[in-house]
Ligand binder design. Structure first.
Ligand SMILES: [Mg+2]
Length: 95
């Protein structure tokens, strides 16, 4: 389980505000996208990929906190998506 500490997200939001962190999140998602592209081209390294994944986990949790979205809401959405995937898998429709 990934744990992003609440003291970090609260400090980031207090320092920078939600709108700024939404922008940062877009940047971090882009950085992860670039790192994954490098991996696919066999030009990346695992350390850089882990760093970008950590950045994205942190910024997602920061936005979640700033928008008062509960873990329960997100977990429910994940379960719905998992159920849908399993239904599609059973129907042979996962590609
Ligand atoms: Mg980054």
């Amino acid at each position: 389980m990934i744990e992003v500490p609440g003291y970090l997200t609260q400090a980031v939001l207090a320092d920078n505000g939600l709108s700024h962190e939404e922008l940062i999140c877009l940047e971090e998602l882009s950085e992860l996208q670039k790192e994954l592209t490098k991996q696919l081209r066999n030009k990346g390294n695992m350390r850089d990929l882990v760093e970008e994944m950590a950045d994205v986990y942190i910024c997602l949790k920061t936005i979640q906190t700033g928008m008062y979205i509960s873990d329960r809401e997100i977990n429910e959405a994940i379960v719905e998506k998992a159920d849908r995937y399993l239904r599609r898998q059973k129907a042979g429709d996962t590609k």
